[in-house]
Design a protein around this ligand. Structure first.
Ligand SMILES: [Fe+2]
Ligand SMILES: [Fe+2]
Length: 248
């Protein structure tokens, strides 16, 4: 059983070359399960923050780019089970709009899975997912205390491991890291998966001399009832995945 996890693509601010490498890796690895941790489109126009005119348009284009990305994946890895997790950039913003405009709430066309046409590309939308003793979540809410910090990538995942007794795989903070704990005769992993957003398009406050934003994917190979984790960090010029070099 092979699982590949990625997230925080943030169309239209994604790094296209890195996304192309992601698609090549999916093609070579042929996972049985794909998990997208969410924030697949940026949906800035739906946010409550102040924005200029250019940020008020382009939502359909974001959905179109995301759809063609999922079509490519369907073509090269048709048999995998595919899960997309709910997130703050789209799910929560849609929920807020519907809460303020109650007549929109029961419109089938405005459900996230229909706006993204997930059925067409074979993805299932889930709030969170527990599979083989691992809890996958976008990471903007979650089981532990709030306070995830981009300065300390694994802090929140570590707290969630303690609270849930499960391994935790999170996105949302756009940084990468992994820690391992021995619990009740088994290992628990606290994993933070990075982003495919171009780093200069991220407005979070980062120290000028030290930014810990990174792009990464996680694979989980399951053998003999144990999970084997590999966190693959994308570097400046390429990524090495299972011994093969992929250049951007
Ligand atoms: Fe994100
Ligand atoms: Fe997020």
């Amino acid at each position: 059983m092979k699982t590949l996890v990625f997230g925080d693509v943030h169309v239209p601010f994604h790094d296209k070359k890195k996304v192309d490498v992601l698609i090549k890796i999916i093609k070579d690895y042929q996972p049985d399960m794909l998990i997208d941790l969410g924030d697949s489109i940026d949906a800035a126009c739906l946010s409550v923050y102040d924005k200029d005119h250019s940020q008020l348009t382009g939502l359909q284009k974001e959905f179109d780019i995301d759809y063609s990305f999922r079509q490519q994946i369907k073509k090269i890895n048709p048999k995998s089970t595919k899960f997309l997790l709910e997130c703050n950039h789209l799910t929560k913003r849609l929920d807020k709009i519907k809460k303020n405009n109650i007549f929109l709430d029961d419109l089938r066309a405005l459900k996230q899975q229909n706006l993204m046409n997930l059925e067409g590309t074979g993805w299932l939308l889930k709030k969170e997912l527990i599979h083989n003793d691992i809890l996958f979540m976008h990471g903007d809410g979650g089981v532990g205390k709030s306070g995830g910090s981009i300065r300390c990538p694994v802090n929140k995942a570590r707290q969630d491991v303690k609270d849930s007794g499960l391994s935790i795989v999170r996105g949302h903070t756009h940084v990468s890291g992994m820690e391992v704990y021995s619990m009740k005769n088994r290992f628990c992993h606290a994993v933070q998966v990075g982003t495919f957003q171009q780093f200069d398009k991220i407005n979070y406050i980062q120290h000028k001399s030290l930014s810990n934003l990174s792009c990464s994917i996680l694979t989980i190979d399951r053998h003999n009832n144990e999970n084997y984790y590999t966190l693959c960090i994308f570097q400046k010029r390429g990524a090495v995945f299972h011994g093969k070099y992929y250049e951007y």
